[in-house]
Design a protein around this ligand. Structure first.
Ligand code: ME8
Length: 504
């Protein structure tokens, strides 16, 4: 069975920012960890290209929506290799195969009796040629964009019978307490359901930028239905000539932030029930990255640019910082200052120094060869069960706790060096056996943490494992004592301090 993980598909009305990079990095860390377990993994990301925000943004630029979609989808796609993301497919909702499958799934939903024709009533802006949600209307009943008075109007619409799923959704939440995590988000979704579900518009009559409704060509599907279905449609055409649906569906993890909780935790399971498809296993809702206390968004100019950070410090440093600094699942503040502090204290000092002193001493005292098979039993005890504990955190998408579990061992190894003072042992002819044991234990501990850190710091860990002559990456290889170290070769600094700015 495949481990199937997804990110939201991002809107193409603007370029990617750190918030998008965050979810993609987290999904990649999980995908890599599951590959380490020997599982077949499918990791999906992509872009959400239809709907009003994209049509409006294109209109404002004086270009066609498809042009804007092409321009920004390319930016999202180009960010992936920079982040070292190992996605298995990049879906675009303007893909013809996606559109065709959306039409067939939603026709089935209609055949199953969950669609009816009705009238949508709301506040309409004649300049936008569009309805405005109640929460976006400016005081005085004005359009937030054009500042003209809104009129009460109606639009013919097909509705999705969300209300028909009231009981089934309540039972779903009662039976599967891990359907949505963290718990606060589970409670939030459940209380929305308990407050009473109302039917929702499934189609738009006035909008043309969307997937055409197959039974009524004057309508397009409301963008959220088209978008949510990406998780399902992608599997049918991600591999040419192959349909991965049976082997891959349902998703194990949808990663999202809290802004889109209701769509994923309420509409999405109801839609899948209506289409007679299996539900995802888990929806994990991470927090918002905040810059100096404010939510990051496309409209604010205060965005820490992921590309600039990567150019200067590398993808690993960004991946590490985001998952270390902000407990995964909670909101957290990020800043360039905190980034540089962690880079220096943890990557350059804790891990970088551990690697360079271990490799340095093995090279200096033993010509790069680990010459003892005896390992320190007290150190071994402290590493016992470590891969299993890390895996247990990953099972619950606790990426920050998993990282902390490993980092404690990184620090423990540095203390081990201070305690054992190998440089003293080296100068005492009758302590050479002890020196062999200490160096072997140190190298083995370093190898173990490096295998476990690989999902977070893939490039650096691959370099380090190559230097240890131990390229094996599976979770079983992470066990302290699994061994496999060959001849150790010197490498330059993993996290050069020169990357940190001097005075700017
Ligand atoms: O909502 N902190 O697209 P979107 C953390 N197309 N994560 C953030 C973030 C921040 N400050 N800002 C954005 C959409 N994100 C829809 C989704 S899915 C079927 C359709 C991340 O471009 C986070 O994952 O607005 C959030 O849920 C997503 O980007 C929203 O991206």
């Amino acid at each position: 069975m495949t481990f199937y993980i997804t990110t939201p598909i991002y809107y193409v009305n603007a370029a990617p920012h750190l918030g998008h990079a965050y979810t993609t990095i987290a999904a990649d860390v999980m995908a890599r960890h599951h590959r380490q377990r020997g599982e077949e993994v499918f990791f999906l990301t992509g872009t959400d290209e239809h709907g009003e925000p994209v049509a409006d943004a294109a209109h404002a630029l004086g270009i066609e929506p498809q042009q804007l979609a092409d321009r920004n989808a390319a930016r999202f796609e180009a960010l992936l290799p920079l982040l070292e993301a190992t996605n298995d497919f990049f879906i675009r909702t303007t893909d013809a195969a996606h559109e065709a499958r959306v039409q067939s799934v939603l026709a089935r939903v209609r055949d199953n009796g969950f669609v009816y024709q009705g009238t949508y009533e709301g506040w309409y802006c004649p300049r936008c040629a569009d309805f405005k949600p109640e929460n976006e209307i400016d005081p005085g009943n004005l359009c937030p964009i054009h500042h003209v008075e809104l009129t009460r109007e109606q639009e013919d619409s097909y509705f999705f019978k969300l209300s028909a799923f009231q009981e089934r959704l309540e039972s779903l939440y009662a039976e599967r307490e891990d359907f949505v995590a963290p718990r606060s988000r589970y409670n939030e979704a459940l209380s929305f359901i308990r407050s009473g579900l109302r039917d929702v518009p499934l189609t738009r009559h006035r909008l043309t930028w969307g997937v055409q409704v197959p039974w009524d060509h004057d309508h397009v599907f409301y963008v959220w239905f088209d978008a949510l279905l990406n998780y399902y449609t992608a599997l049918s055409y991600a591999r040419e000539g192959q349909d991965l649906t049976d082997a891959t569906w349902p998703p194990d993890y949808h990663l999202i932030a809290k802004d889109i909780l209701r769509f994923h935790a309420v509409y999405w399971p109801a839609l899948l029930m209506a289409a007679e498809l299996e539900l995802p296993e888990h929806i994990f809702v991470h927090g918002y990255l905040l810059m100096e206390g404010e939510k990051m968004s496309k409209s604010l100019g205060n965005v820490l640019d992921p590309v600039a950070v990567i150019e200067r410090f590398g993808a690993d440093a960004l991946r590490f910082y985001l998952l270390r600094e902000v407990p995964f699942g909670q909101d957290g503040t990020v800043s360039t200052l905190a980034f540089e502090t962690r880079y220096e204290a943890e990557l350059a000092n804790d891990l970088g120094n551990l690697a360079s002193r271990t490799i340095g001493m093995l090279t200096r005292y033993r010509d790069g060869v680990v010459s003892s098979s005896e390992l320190d039993t007290s150190l071994a005890a402290e590493f016992a069960g470590l891969p299993q504990r890390v895996a247990a955190h990953f099972d619950r998408a606790e990426l920050t706790l998993g990282l902390e579990e490993i980092w404690q061992r990184v620090r423990r190894l540095n203390r081990y060096v201070e305690e054992q003072t190998p440089w003293r042992l080296a100068s005492e002819p009758d302590r050479q056996g002890d020196l062999d044991r200490v160096l072997a234990s140190l190298a083995e501990g370093l190898r173990s943490v490096t295998v476990l850190l690989w999902p977070y710091l893939p490039g650096s860990c691959e370099r380090l494992l190559a230097a240890l002559g131990a390229p094996e990456l599976s979770l079983a290889d992470a066990m302290f004592g699994a061994g496999g170290i060959g001849r150790v070769a010197p490498i330059g600094p993993l996290f050069p301090k020169e990357a940190a700015p001097s005075d700017d």
